[in-house]
Design a protein around this ligand. Structure first.
Ligand SMILES: [Zn+2]
Length: 210
């Protein structure tokens, strides 16, 4: 099954993608990781992406979708995939349709802005090993210190209040219209994210079966 995961930053897409990926045995494809891998592998589109990035330009939708098509042609994606972080705009979704990438279901993780703001403000990350924490829901054993490697935990720029507000605004303006777009195609399922990851995951899996 080919799935798109939609949701505001902080709605818990990454966590849900991980669990779905285990449950369904299909890979999660995140745009950032996919781009980095293609650049590293030096594929045709990877080189184009690198040229754009080196020039300080945005990587165009055509290049991203080209890389995506290469990625989903790989053996591990033959039973399906979960797209996390793409498409972000209606034109990107249209381009995906035009390039013949079949999408079966679109899961919208709906979480209120206020909840997202409080979730993200508590987030702490370890820049050294990549471990993530939350001061309330997933506190490290020692405050401000990574359980895994013992390094200092920091607040990412993305999680600072002013950045969160602007990321949410961008989401509502450019990405939220995708809810309508996929709803019209009969592919949209909305799941109301709760504070419990396990509970949200049950809802997501039920939505996939339904
Ligand atoms: Zn660490």
């Amino acid at each position: 099954m080919n799935i798109i995961l939609l949701g505001a930053p902080g709605a818990g897409k990454g966590t849900q993608a991980e669990v779905m990926c285990k449950e369904l045995g299909i890979p999660t494809i995140s745009t950032g990781n996919m781009l980095r891998a293609a650049v590293k592998a030096g594929t045709e589109y990877g080189l184009k992406a690198k040229a754009a990035m080196d020039a300080g330009a945005l990587v165009s939708d055509d290049i991203v979708i080209g890389i995506l098509k290469d990625r989903i042609a790989e053996p591990d994606a033959q039973n399906g995939f979960i797209l996390d972080g793409f498409p972000r705009t209606v034109p990107q979704a249209e381009a995906l349709d035009n390039m013949g990438v079949q999408i079966d279901k679109v899961i919208e993780l709906a979480v209120e802005d206020e909840k997202i703001k409080s979730r993200l403000s508590g987030r702490r990350v370890c820049l050294d090993c990549g471990a993530t924490y939350h001061v309330v829901t997933k506190a490290p054993k020692v405050e401000g210190v990574c359980d895994v490697c013992g390094k200092e935990l920091v607040i990412r720029k993305d999680d600072e209040p002013a950045t969160v507000i602007s990321r949410l605004e961008t989401y509502h303006k450019t990405t939220a219209p995708l809810v309508d777009y996929y709803s019209k195609q009969g592919k949209l399922v909305t799941v109301h994210g709760t504070d419990s990851v396990a509970e949200t995951n049950d809802l997501v899996l039920a939505a996939l079966k339904g």
